[in-house]
Design a protein around this ligand. Structure first.
Ligand code: ADP
Ligand code: MG
Ligand code: MG
Length: 208
């Protein structure tokens, strides 16, 4: 059964919320350059609500998929904003790919990351080069699925690819989202959503 994995997921969401709390100001400042400056507070509120919701479901004996669906709903409700909706979809699709029944295998975890990447692009419609978190998520997922070796090797390659993807947004003009009207102003500053995605991935991949 997936209850143990659900419990682990709830713990990891708590770690993510603590990490995002510590990066709140930095993420807000990045978002203020060409956006509305709320990315830090949104990520903190969303992840904290998700961790709480997950804990409540785990206490009820829920499986992984049910737990992450509730966490995803809580994240998008409490974060508000575009990234909140996208993170809600990431959690929900990741959990749905893993299901409630069996403990997740390594292959299933990789498949779940692919499912999350697909959900983000389906919902947000952004492509690589639009200066969004997609610029980190796509190369991260690509490296995870194509790197040979054990899961740790794959995870290290994925994190590195995600970091490079997030850095690559510095030179880009924002083409979608709230930063688009001030797109030229965003040149020289990395995309906040790409930076925060890599920081969340660092916690998750480091826990493998
Ligand atoms: P809002 O823009 O609604 O204030 P946030 O500030 O929390 O929400 O999130 C902004 C981030 O959301 C951007 O830095 C970008 O990474 C991401 N984003 C915005 N629009 C999209 C989209 N269509 N697809 C993927 N990511 C997006
Ligand atoms: Mg914002
Ligand atoms: Mg906003």
């Amino acid at each position: 059964a997936s209850q143990a994995a659900a419990s682990k997921a709830a713990d990891l969401l708590g770690e993510i919320a603590t990490m995002l709390e510590s990066k709140k100001d930095e993420l807000g400042e990045l978002d203020a350059v060409a956006g509305d400056g709320d990315h830090g507070i949104g990520m903190e509120n969303g992840s904290r609500a998700a961790a709480k919701a997950a804990q409540a479901l785990v206490a009820d004996g829920a499986g992984l998929s049910t737990t992450l669906a509730a966490a995803g709903d809580a994240w998008s409700d409490r974060a508000g904003g575009t990234s909140g909706a996208l993170w809600g979809a990431i959690l929900t699709s990741f959990g749905a790919a893993l299901g409630n029944e069996d403990a997740p295998t390594e292959n299933k975890l990789v498949e779940a990351v692919v499912a999350a990447r697909e959900a983000v692009q389906r919902l947000g419609g952004a492509e690589v080069g639009d200066k969004t978190l997609v610029d980190a998520l796509v190369p991260l997922t690509e490296a995870l699925t194509t790197t040979e070796g054990d899961l740790k090797t794959k995870a290290e390659a994925a994190l590195k690819a995600g970091e490079e993807g997030a850095s690559s947004t510095t030179d880009l003009v924002a083409k979608v989202g709230r930063a688009r009207p001030l797109g030229q102003k965003s040149v020289g500053t990395p995309d906040p959503g790409a930076i925060s995605l890599v920081e969340v991935a660092r916690v998750l991949l480091g826990a493998l």
